[in-house]
Design a protein around this ligand. Structure first.
Ligand code: FAD
Ligand code: NAI
Length: 465
């Protein structure tokens, strides 16, 4: 056998799996068909979007927040090519980091498209040539691709997916976004801050499905104050590209009269689908589920012996950290250890301003499951640090089991909510209670004190409210 493990795909699932397997003493190769390592996350996902969110937020702050703090600057000018260069430097730095990790851990990088020929055999094709390599185990980490809307062709210039929306060469006057999910709200925020008029068309009657309903409602109000316009319960059924302006047909989801909305750019972000093209899964006998995801057992094993799968290509939230944790777990399982992922404690963050973060169950999920719960809430308007910084939008919400006080879910809207959620995640990993959180000393003055106060509020004894 040439290798103990071959990982197909070098996104956060694949490269992390390879590193962990190498740490455990395996001889490992990764196969990547893209020119650079790092997958969706590093090249066209998490990292470029966060670079643009940061840069556009600085632009917004320089224009709108500095003056009230007594920092007087002239109106900022946008240099979009320089901002895109900032983004590219971030991508390059992270991609180089993954290359370094492959070298450091003596992992062979095989460039080309991988195809599974069956247990222990992977064919790699590049530039019209192919080779077959042998391995004891294979991990499929081929990730996901954009979901498309029937009849609407994405050209990545005027009708774009997230990939095109990360590289527009000018700020669109009007940006029409289809889908009020994470991508729509993050990339909508970027272009809104840079000057676009943003309208979001969402099929459901709410934004951010899956997030706690109360949080989503308040977040929508905050975004509307920032200038977002929402058309909920509506769908885009076609886009006429013949004129200078795009003309999108928008229909009520429940049926009814259509209207036409004009836009310079339409961003389609209605979810992502598992990516298995060219992998040869059918011929190799690797079973898919009814949504086209690679079917796995609780140990990440597919229907073919020695072939495993992780990340966006399998069920579960399509998040980089979920893929990473699965990568570690499957490497440990292959090495004979007890790798495990706790799917009840996977944080989710929307990196807007303010941020939205969440871990565990939403109020709707607890209601549906018939679990008796208590709620503790604390607004940032009553948090000292937020008051002095004048960033008081949002609140912390803690859901605890009514009988045992065990924390079941934590949801936050607020500046730095994405950093703050992890104390809740650690608490929940240890099965902690709201009382545990409430009795943990929190540094003053921090925004995290709002978490402690929300935990106190579960027992109806918040101090500052
Ligand atoms: P991917 O990262 O998709 O990597 C799969 C890799 O496999 C790719 O490099 C691909 O080229 C390669 N590949 C596919 N088929 C083959 C083949 N046959 N042979 C060889 N190579 C192959 N998640 C977060 O947690 N936080 C965020 O802030 C965040 N922001 C996002 C923003 C955007 C705009 C998008 C689109 C996604 C974002 N995500 C975010 C989601 C995140 O990017 C994915 O969950 C994550 O990348 C999944 O990792 P993965 O390893 O499963 O697959
Ligand atoms: P999403 O699943 O978050 O949201 C898609 C939205 O589109 C939903 O609200 C859905 O109801 C709506 N929709 C579906 N069909 C529609 C239609 N025909 N018309 C109007 N609306 C429609 O998907 P999104 O935003 O594309 O993101 C894809 C994935 O990428 C997400 O699953 C997310 O996990 C990941 N991601 C994560 C980020 C983060 O963690 N910060 C950032 C960006 C993406």
């Amino acid at each position: 056998m040439a290798y103990d493990l071959v990982v197909i795909g070098t996104g956060p699932g694949g490269y992390v799996c390879a590193v962990r397997a190498a740490q455990l003493g395996m001889k490992v190769a990764v196969v990547e068909k893209n020119a650079t390592l790092g997958g969706t996350c590093l090249n066209v996902g998490c990292m470029p979007s966060k670079a643009l969110l940061h840069a556009s937020e600085m632009f917004e702050e320089a224009g709108h927040s500095f003056a009230k703090m007594g920092v007087s600057v002239s109106a900022p000018k946008l240099d979009l090519p320089a901002m895109m260069n900032f983004k590219q430097q971030g991508i390059d730095g992270n991609v180089k980091g993954v290359e370094f990790l492959m070298k450091k851990n003596k992992i062979d990088v095989l460039k080309g498209a991988g195809k599974i020929l069956g247990t222990g055999k992977v064919e790699i094709s590049a530039d019209g040539k192919s080779q077959v390599i042998e391995t004891k185990s294979i991990v499929i980490a081929t990730g996901s691709d954009i979901a498309r809307l029937k009849g609407i062709e994405i050209d990545e210039t005027r009708i774009v997916s997230s990939t095109g929306a990360l590289s527009l060469d000018k700020v669109p006057g009007k940006l029409l976004i289809v889908g009020a999910g994470v991508i729509g709200l993050e990339l909508g925020s970027v272009w809104k801050r840079l000057g676009a008029e943003v309208v979001v068309v969402e099929f459901l009657d709410r934004i951010l499905p899956g997030m706690d309903g109360e949080i989503a409602k308040q977040f929508q109000r905050i975004l509307e104050k920032q200038g977002f316009a929402f058309k909920l319960g509506a769908k885009v059924t076609g886009v006429d590209t013949s004129g200078k302006a795009l003309k999108a047909t928008v229909e009520p989801a429940a049926g009814g009269a259509a209207e036409t909305l004009e836009a310079d750019v339409v961003l389609v972000c209605i979810g992502r689908v598992p990516y298995t093209d060219g992998l040869g899964l059918k011929e190799a006998g690797v079973a898919l589920d009814n949504r086209g995801r690679v079917q796995i057992d609780p140990h990440f094993a597919t229907s073919v012996k020695g072939v495993y799968a992780i990340g966006d290509v399998v069920a579960g939230p399509m998040l980089a950290h979920k893929a990473e944790d699965e990568g570690v777990a499957v490497a440990e399982i292959i090495a004979g250890q007890a790798g495990h992922v706790n799917y009840d404690v996977i944080p989710g963050v929307v990196y807007t301003t303010p941020e939205v973060s969440s871990v565990g169950k939403t109020e709707e999920e607890l209601k549906q499951a018939g679990v008796a719960y208590t709620v503790g809430k604390f607004p940032f308007t009553a948090n000292g640090r937020s008051k002095v910084n004048q960033t008081t939008d949002g609140f912390v919400k803690i859901l605890a089991d009514a009988k045992t006080d065990r924390v079941l879910g934590v949801h936050i809207i607020g500046i730095e909510a994405g950093e703050m959620i992890h104390e809740a995640a650690v608490l929940m990993e240890f099965g902690g209670s709201a009382e545990d959180l409430a009795r943990t000393c929190h540094a003053h003055p921090t925004r995290s004190e709002a978490i402690k106060e929300a935990a106190l509020a579960v027992g109806k004894r918040a101090i500052h409210m």
